[in-house]
Design a protein around this ligand. Structure first.
Ligand code: SF4
Length: 180
């Protein structure tokens, strides 16, 4: 199937992302070292979310799942901060990115029978996540992060020819979708 890059980029921009482009699928290298960074629990989600390690499955399972897709796209939301401590903008940009990510995923699911979305950070739809006491409340919208899959996001961007960093006093959130 021909990958409709321009059309998917247009959809992504309509959904509110600031940048989008084709993902180089050969850049999808699933690294145990990245998964180990999850275990360090700097984001306080390790062992607390259905879509974070260890509940989201092993790195081998992540690689196997991703191997079933033939093309992909990267999407980004870039915020402009007033200074290096502009946490308000960081939080607002993160929230906007998560909303665009879920909205785009729903839209893509109408066109493609099977997609795999990997977001930026933990699925934060429910506060707190129901893990481990009850099933995920929104399995259709829930997602793992690129890092939980073991992807080195800056490397994936670099190998896809898409910036990861947009310069001083900017904050960028990056996610991706795999499709077939
Ligand atoms: S949708 Fe809710 S219950 Fe499901 S993984 Fe996300 S936060 Fe947890």
């Amino acid at each position: 199937m021909q990958y409709p890059v321009d059309e998917l980029v247009r959809l992504a921009l309509e959904e509110g992302f600031t940048h989008a482009g084709q993902l180089n699928t050969s850049a999808l290298v699933f690294m145990p070292e990245v998964r180990e960074m999850c275990r360090a629990d700097r984001c306080h989600a390790y062992g607390k979310n259905w879509h974070c390690p260890p509940a989201c499955g092993s790195i081998e399972e992540a690689a196997r799942r991703a191997a079933g897709y033939s093309f992909g796209m990267l999407v980004q939301t870039v915020g402009r901060m007033e200074d290096d401590f502009d946490y308000e903008t960081i939080e607002a940009t993160s929230k906007a990115h998560a909303e665009s990510f879920v909205s785009m995923m729903r839209r893509l699911k109408k066109r493609y029978q099977d997609i795999l979305g990997m977001g930026a950070g933990t699925c934060a739809r429910c506060k707190p996540c129901t893990y481990p006491d009850a099933p995920c409340r929104f399995p259709d919208d829930a997602y793992s992060s690129m890092e939980a899959y073991g992807l080195w996001v800056s490397k994936v961007c670099e190998l896809s020819g898409i910036p990861y960093n947009y310069g001083p006093q900017t904050i960028a959130f990056t996610s991706c979708y795999l499709l077939k």
